[in-house]
Design a protein around this ligand. Sequence first.
Ligand code: PHE
Length: 495
Amino acid sequence: MGNNERLMLKLMLSEPSKKWLLDELLSGIGWEDQVHVAGSGTALSDLGLVSIEESIETLVSLGPEGELALDDGLLESRLWRCLSSLPESDRTMGRLFEEGFERHQVGPGIGLLKSIGVSIDSGKLVATDESLLGDEIEIREKFISLLSDGPVSGSQLDESMVSHFLGRKGLIAVEENISRSWTLTEKGSSVDVTTLGHVEMIGEVTPELLQGDDWKGAMFKSFDVNSPAPIPSGGRPHPMQALIERIRQVFLEMGFSEIEGDFIQSAGWNMDALYIPQSHPARTMQDTFYLSEPKKIDVEEHYLDLWSKVHEHGHDTGSKGWGRPFDKDESKKALLRTHTTVNTVRHIAENPNEPSRVFGIGRVFRQETIDRTHLPEFHQIEGIIHEKDASLPMLITTLKTFYSKMGYPDVRVRPAYFPYTEPSVEVDILWRGQWLELGGAGIFRPEVTEPLGSEWPVCAWGMGLERLAMIILDLDDIRQLYQPDLERLGRMPIL
Ligand code: PHE
């Protein structure tokens, strides 16, 4: 037994049949940290000297909606108050909207009223028994007002009301409070107090100690390496940053160099250079964020000329083009880049005769509705191999190598379509028995490479980063990555 256990046992022996609470033990021994009581208590219970009792108390308090209900009344009450002030012939759902209730209130509100005796009779809301309805609403509101002064123990509340309100969003919150007490066992009460004096214990084995003889016959403090301890929270890179860093290492290791580009681009470089027809649906305001300031960005006339020829009739790429007039003003529209392919294309334009293998990891912007797997700002892992013998097998091998290094060796490609590649493929990886689509790739069409001044084929790809992050970090909602919840971020795997 260590000194802490001795102290605790000694105190408890002063009233051997008492049930000790945490505060009594802390003040009786003069400890400040409850960790000492928990630790010594467990050690004494392991020795069979003390028994520990746990009791769980639930505390019920008002949630944000509950606080609102305190002032304005519950939704069913507000609706019924409004309905009953109207002549019976006007008690319709439509009328509730006119009275200022919103769709998200009327729907669930009618549901609530129906469950307490309101029915819909040829479009009118009628109560089977108005006074019964009033009583039920009153009981509910009384319950809510019981909680107005702060949390109340669940044992003092009507259980059916608690479970009713738990089924409604934000009205109440239930918290569990565990309290413990410690009592001597028979064996514990028969310990002789005089044997419980302070003992010298060696807590640290040092070289000095081992050189002498003092350790012989001494008592050593024992450590329970399995006992629970708080996890230290240190600084760490944000998981997304760590993932980006790892991807960067993989491409660098594979012999690629990194490139970057601006978020703001012209439609010309973001789309026309990629032979995306000017009438393409993805070019509308619904998909693309166009800027009002600056509204236009200058694009070199030389490229505008070439793109308009290529788009209109194919120029001398061997293609027939889109066969539609090309609008140079459209090319000058400023936008937030919708893909990082704009970076690789510009890289080719700047280095048309130099073989290159480059990659970039960058943010892109699209008008997406936010949900579990979509954000209007996300990242792409983009890259190209631009050299004389670039080919589709080379592209596929490169992507396979990349994903294997990331821990996903099973990669497959399926035929796909992009206006700027031929052939085009969709890239999937195998994850827990499922194929997940992670991006697009292909060989740039001559309509793309020729105006840039290149004569070589280009292997190109653009992969989603967030989707990969979700599987690597085991997230079911992409938004978790960007919420400043330090605790959750801290628990994500270290890459
Ligand atoms: N830019 C495409 C996208 O955003 C991906 C892609 C890149 C496809 C390069 C083919 C070649 O989905």
